[in-house]
Design a protein around this ligand. Structure first.
Ligand code: SAM
Length: 373
């Protein structure tokens, strides 16, 4: 199972994630005779077989490269074909721990959508647990079923084509007994009354409803209360990634030196400078373009990501010389900056718990618990 077990070497039939830049990761199934075409070059699958995961591989034609990355649910969320809005890792990780999902857990999910969260849940419950996921949109259901099969998750995940709001979650001949429920539906309040039939009766059950607007949250809370759910709480995840780095401390002399350098360059002539920069940049134009994309021109996930080690921007004396971050010849101060565009909040998370029913033999006739005032 590629998402639940790691292997070192790329084999025929593997699902491999081809990492080109931080915002450009593409999945591919390795098959002899096929090739992977990118703007950075062509990669024949034949040459990828036997390589180690993590390797940087040069293209067969063209002069770009890819990294061969072993799939994980987190990277799958960043590379999957979108059929719907999806749950991203900052929400997914929080939901999994709040719902107390662990290896061996039985979990209900509706709707499956693009299967982003399905992969994270399947990896967590593992082969000793089970995930029951439901999708009512037929083309999405078919695509998700194919993915579950090709990703070898079918012994952990059961996908059902169903409108859970009208037909509920029961599956013939299956004892679901879920301890965690995740609803990412436009109207979770219609599905909530059907849940009690398929949950574990001997333990506390946890639910999370994922809704983009507060009116939906209000309706969900009403339905949870009406159906006996307790400890209702709404949470919003607002993840930010902070990058820390060193910034060069520049003084007036540095600024004057820089201005002199700019003036000198002007007089030296544009052509001479271009030729020199060209000869300093090793590699072909394709490789240069990819390196530029990675350095962030084209990397939409991190428009403000700080440039580290060896970037030209750190040089106070002009563009010609590369200076390594932290170079002891210069003064540095530590700074940190938050990435502005980080894929995170998409919805409000409403959590609640359902206590197990109290056994009749410890109840008084009036329904109060024996021995309690
Ligand atoms: N959580 C998913 C992911 O991470 O990829 C995305 C779910 S998407 C936002 C919501 C999905 O719920 C859609 O695919 C939609 O077709 C499905 N859906 C909506 N109402 C449904 C219902 N009553 N029963 C089953 N599926 C439903």
């Amino acid at each position: 199972m590629p998402f639940t077990k790691y292997s070192d070497e790329v084999k025929e039939g593997d699902l491999v994630l081809a990492w080109m830049t931080r915002s450009n990761i593409k999945p591919m199934f390795i098959k002899r005779g096929e090739q992977f075409n990118t703007r950075y070059g062509v990669f024949t699958h034949e040459k990828l077989i036997g390589r180690k995961y993590g390797d940087q591989v040069p293209s067969t034609h063209g002069n770009g490269f890819i990294y061969l990355i072993h799939p994980t649910p987190e990277l799958w969320s960043l590379s999957l074909p979108h059929r719907t809005q999806i749950v991203y890792t900052p929400d997914a990780s929080y939901i999994v721990q709040r719902l107390k999902i662990r290896p061996g857990s039985k979990v209900l999910e509706a709707g499956t959508g693009s299967g982003s969260f399905t992969h994270a849940l399947a990896r967590t419950v593992g082969s000793k647990g089970h995930l029951y996921t439901y999708e009512y949109h037929e083309p999405r259901f078919i695509d998700a079923r194919v993915e579950i099969e090709t990703h070898k998750l079918n012994n952990v995940v059961t996908i059902t084509h169903r409108d859970v709001c009208n037909e509920g979650f029961d599956i013939e001949n299956a004892k679901i007994e879920a301890s965690a429920i995740f609803l990412d539906l436009p109207s979770p309040w219609s599905a909530i009354p059907h849940i009690s039939r398929v949950v574990a009766s001997n333990r506390i059950v946890n639910i999370c409803c994922f809704s983009p607007c507060i009116e939906q949250v209000a309706k969900t809370i009403e339905a949870l209360k009406a159906n006996g759910w307790k400890n209702i709480e709404m949470v919003e995840i607002n993840a930010r990634k902070h990058e820390s780095r060193q910034e060069m401390v520049r003084d007036v002399d540095d600024a004057i030196g820089r201005l002199r350098d700019v003036k000198k360059r002007r007089t030296d002539g544009l052509n001479k400078r271009n030729n020199r920069i060209e000869s300093e940049t090793e590699g072909s134009s394709t490789e240069k373009r990819q390196l530029e994309d990675i350095d962030s021109g084209n990397d939409s996930t991190a428009p403000n990501a700080p440039k580290v080690g060896g970037t030209k921007g750190f040089n106070p004396f002009g563009k010609g010389t590369r200076i390594k971050q932290g170079d002891e010849k210069f003064k540095w101060r530590n700074v940190s900056r938050a990435e502005t565009e980080y894929k995170s909040h998409t919805s409000y998370l409403t959590f609640a718990t359902l206590p197990p029913p109290i056994p009749a033999n410890i109840l008084n006739e009036d329904g109060t618990v024996r021995g309690c005032m």
